[in-house]
Design a protein around this ligand. Structure first.
Ligand code: SAM
Ligand code: SF4
Length: 335
């Protein structure tokens, strides 16, 4: 395809249509979750990070190429100065159907309402446990009560949908899954359980022995809830179930036990400006170099994005039982 096409679509070599972009707007974070970061992290120097204007230009180019859904993530997106202004600007792109956000919730108590006003439709909030000490142990620096206040503020702000994301690790928080679903049911929100992915070296646990599959979680939940399979999709990798008689949906993101690559519709932009074609591979195109060499030239940028589809890999190469081959952490990747 080239940019002359009147109704452009991004299609890869395997016939998959890419209409979803995840954008990491910072690699920094106020938490240090044990599955995401090592305790000591070196963050990117400012000149290597895309400016807010550059982030906007790239998201606009994707929207002009048929992308309908943009997720803002990080790192913790809400700790970047100017995040709200960027969201407001992206929220004004008319062709977009959905602007959504993933956050650890730490800033939501004061930002939920402004985010809603900026046009954010749905919000995913990470919450791996309801136990204060375990929360501190998993996030290293986080405060559970602050995140809970953020979740309540998001509820009050009236987002179309709020979803908890929980990464489940055996013997760290696997005992929490029933309590987390009960919390979601009580608050009338959704929840997705995520199998840990081997991205970057982490120091605190052995990923192979901490592996707790979606099937194990389903078996635990079956002791308390009736989960009804649902065909509902939200444009991401979660496979959903409905809690019988309740409004809550329970999703499972299972990169190891139920590969979802054949229906992949998404690509990621790192805050360094690398367009990553797959979470579990290093195939990428340096969009920062392209926009800095050709300031203001949308055609060159859009053609580079179109051409990038040719190197989107067929599937991820994760193996939780081996040393990670992908050395970038999730915080850099944009989960
Ligand atoms: N800071 C925000 C947050 O925590 O929600 C957004 C960025 S975070 C990298 C996005 C999501 O990735 C979170 O739900 C987090 O739990 C998840 N995540 C981080 N590292 C992961 C890993 N190694 N495997 C699976 N999920 C991971
Ligand atoms: Fe920060 Fe989110 Fe990574 Fe936790 S998962 S360290 S909150 S970026």
């Amino acid at each position: 395809m080239n940019i002359g096409n009147k109704s452009p679509q991004l299609i890869d070599r395997f016939g998959r249509k890419v209409d979803y972009l995840r954008v990491s707007i910072t690699d920094r974070c106020d938490f240090r979750c044990v599955y995401c970061m090592s305790e000591e992290m070196t963050f990117l120097p400012r000149d290597q990070v895309l400016s807010l204007e550059e982030l906007y230009t790239i998201t606009k180019a994707f929207a002009e190429l048929g992308v309908k859904k943009i997720r803002i993530t990080g790192g913790e997106p809400l700790v970047r100065r100017g995040a709200l202004e960027l969201l407001e600007n992206i929220g004004k792109i008319e062709s977009l159907h959905e602007l959504v956000l993933t956050t650890n919730g730490s800033q939501l108590e004061h930002m939920a309402l402004p985010l809603k006003k900026a046009g954010v439709k749905r919000i995913n909030i990470s919450l791996d446990t309801l136990d204060t000490d375990k929360f501190k142990a998993i996030t290293r620096t986080g405060d559970l009560s602050q995140v809970l206040r953020g979740i309540y503020a998001a509820k009050d702000a009236g987002f179309e949908r709020i979803k908890i994301n929980a990464v489940i690790l055996k013997d760290k928080n696997h005992q929490e899954v029933v309590g987390l679903v009960q919390f979601a049911v009580d608050k009338g929100i959704d929840i997705s359980f995520i199998e840990e992915m081997p991205l970057g070296i982490v120091s605190q646990h052995n990923r192979s022995s901490a592996y707790y599959s979606s099937d194990c979680i389903k078996a635990d939940l079956a002791t308390q809830f009736s989960l009804l399979a649902s065909t509902e999709k939200t444009g991401g990798p979660s496979v959903y179930y409905k809690v019988q008689g309740k409004n809550t949906r329970v999703g499972f993101i299972s990169p190891h036990s139920a590969n979802f690559c054949s229906t992949c519709n998404r690509v990621r932009l790192t805050v360094e400006g690398r367009l990553l074609l797959c979470l579990g591979n290093e195939h990428s195109v340096d969009l920062k170099a392209i926009i800095r060499a050709n300031p203001g030239d949308m055609d060159i940028l859009k053609q580079a994005i179109i051409d990038a589809m040719l190197i989107k890999p067929e599937k991820h190469e994760f193996n939780i039982h081996e040393q990670p081959v992908i050395l970038r952490h999730m915080s850099v990747t944009g989960g």
